[in-house]
Design a protein around this ligand. Sequence first.
Ligand code: UDP
Ligand code: MG
Length: 245
Amino acid sequence: MPTLSIVIPAYNEEENVPLLHEAIRKVIDPQQIDAEIIFVNDGSKDRTWEMIQKQSAQDPRVVGINLKKNCGETAACDAGLRAARGTYVMTMDADLQNDPQDIPAFLKALDTGVDCVCGTRVATRGKGDNFIRVASSRIANWVRNKLSDEEISDAGCTYRAFKRECVDKLKLYRGLHRFIPTLLKMEGFTVTEIPVTNNPRLHGESKYGVWNRLFKSFRDLLAIRWMKSRLLGYEVAERIGGTQT
Ligand code: UDP
Ligand code: MG
């Protein structure tokens, strides 16, 4: 079993797939990180799946999953997470906005025993993104934290790593990839943040505009708020009887 599974949802990212594969290799090979790289093609309309097949033929560490149709980033993430076999699991964007050079820092943070490590672009945001993206992301984060009583500085950053046992406890719905740290905390897991680099997207287009970044995800936020308020949170004081082995 690999130490690390890197899960990458990809929708219309044909130019980025080989570049990202190469960039990951440049980090994991010299550092001898035993990893599998899981590309999930989310019903792309371009040659993304062909490129994934090509990379997989060259490198047995590349696993390809081809979804029948476009189902959204959360679904693609979920498909990859369920297929992951590593002790640790990471998610990252296919567009090279997340820099593979940060992978060792995630592993180092996990080594301290924390269950989930989230990347935060707060320090580097202006570098890779235009004003509208930075502003809408800041507003969304502020509202999210206020309404869900949370302290994640960059919930929109899906560059994250966690122990694989976290995956078994995740029940994701559309749009909830933004709330994975909160969902894990609700299950009793520990969450921390590390700063990550944010690069500009050089190929392909962003799949989100202000509408789905701010307004559509607001509905999901209300669901999370409700779930948090209805957590069972019981502890068994005693148990008697029955057959115990
Ligand atoms: N993505 C996906 N399915 C979708 C939309 C996006 O798999 O329906 C992937 C996309 O290819 C990328 C990641 O999710 O790898 C994040 O998307 P994007 O980079 O467009 O988001 P942004 O960085 O602009 O917030
Ligand atoms: Mg991106």
